[in-house]
Design a protein around this ligand. Structure first.
Ligand code: 3PG
Length: 395
């Protein structure tokens, strides 16, 4: 970004790919529950705006099916973006159509425009190079320069991430640079002891990163919905808890390979239903009643995990320990997060959900070394994969 600003951007049209895929309040339509991803890209937008650029921002939101869907409109995000910028952001109610073209045409120096959801266009996520390329042509036609500051989307081979930079002079935004710098440090030279905490619902989503990390870590602490498949692999009954039956053998193999370095909860908060008002109790992890499902790790597990975290010099955490959005099942995530803030070392929170948990639970963000905006992206970086968005910026 500094290179681009150095070239002088007054009056220039700059297309910024941001990741404004923010969570919304389930009980109130259009209410953003965590605006962290909008805040994270502000420095780039403000720098361009203040340098007099005509800033065209694009992003995805959710996973619409390649056609307009009002459930996934970016309109509320444009409103919040304007509030955070201190001056309204214009909003185009299509991405590359007549409305977007007209909005780009009238955009003045130092003004910011947000285009409607990229994924309302089948070309954005298409596996067909030509279809993606045609959409990228339309996006690229709006601007003279391209800046990628969507770290959360750099693992996607999508038109706005992968194909547009092949069509315009391209630059990495400050957020992308910072994220890569931190994740490189954790991947290449983590100070030992290195403890990784993984949660979230599915083992299958985390399998590749577990395999890549096992040889590098001192301890891998597993909570969240994914721990039940591991508990089952140890021979325990897990009641109605989340279970990926086809992953049980894989989990058994990982436990054998880890030789004690994978640490599982010893107790869980088990409820009669997935509901804040459901009956719930702390039970031993090996004795989950048949009619209950585990929705959080229990206090003994928090203490066990906190102990391992406390001795670490590097901690990477991805995925909540329980259903933190529901108050009775938030203590595990809170306990683990607080333990991470206390380490005498460097910590990284990776992931949309874990970052949102930190903010939703009101945990002091300054206690973490870095809070990543990328969930899947940071995991794939740790796996050592080539990320299409980063490769495109480098070419
Ligand atoms: C994320 O939330 O991890 C990013 O915004 C990417 O979203 P996606 O998984 O729908 O591509």
């Amino acid at each position: 970004l500094d290179d681009l600003l150095g070239e002088g951007v007054t009056g220039r049209r700059v297309l910024v790919r941001a990741d404004l895929n923010v969570p919304f309040d389930k009980s109130e339509a259009g209410k953003i529950s965590d605006d962290g991803r909008i805040r994270a890209v502000l420095p780039t937008l403000i720098a361009l705006r203040d340098a007099g650029a005509r800033v065209i921002v694009c992003s995805h939101l959710g996973r619409p099916k390649g056609a307009p869907d009002p459930k996934f409109t970016l309109a509320p995000v444009a409103k919040r973006l304007g509030e955070l910028l201190g001056s309204p952001a214009a909003f185009a109610d299509d991405t590359v159509g007549a409305s977007a073209s007209a909005a780009v045409d009238v955009l003045g120096d130092g003004q910011v425009l947000l285009l409607e959801n990229l994924r309302f266009n089948a070309g954005e996520t298409s596996k067909d190079d030509a279809e993606r390329g045609a959409f990228a042509d339309q996006l690229a036609a709006f601007a003279e320069y391209y800046v990628d500051d969507a770290f959360g989307a750099v693992h996607r081979k999508h038109a706005s991430v992968y194909d547009v930079p092949a069509r315009l002079p391209h630059f990495a935004g400050g957020l992308v640079l910072k994220e890569v710098e931190v994740l490189r440090k954790v991947t290449e030279t983590p100070e030992q002891p290195y403890v990784v905490v993984l949660g979230g619902s599915k083992v299958s989503d985390k399998l590749a990163v577990i395999k890549a990390l096992l040889p590098k870590v001192d301890k891998l602490l597993v909570g969240g919905g994914m721990c039940f498949t591991f508990l089952k692999a140890q021979g325990h009954e897990v009641g109605k808890s989340l279970l990926e039956a086809e992953m049980i053998q894989t989990c058994a193999d990982l436990l054998a390979e880890a030789d004690g370095r994978i640490v599982l909860p010893v107790d869980v908060v088990a409820a009669t239903a997935f509901d804040a008002s459901a009956d719930h109790d702390v039970v031993k992890a090996e004795a989950i009643p048949a009619d209950r499902l585990g929705l959080d790790i229990g206090p003994e597990s928090v203490a066990l995990f906190a102990d391992a975290i406390g001795s670490a010099k590097t901690v990477f955490w991805n995925g909540p320990m329980g259903v933190f959005e529901l108050a009775p099942f938030a203590a595990g995530t809170r306990g683990v997060a607080e333990a991470i803030t206390k380490i005498d070392g460097f910590s990284v929170v990776g992931g949309g959900d874990s970052a949102a948990a930190v903010r939703t639970l009101g945990i002091d963000e300054s206690g973490f070394g870095h809070i990543s905006t990328g969930g899947g992206a940071s995991l794939e970086y740790l796996e050592g994969k080539t990320l299409p968005g980063l490769a495109a910026l480098e070419s």
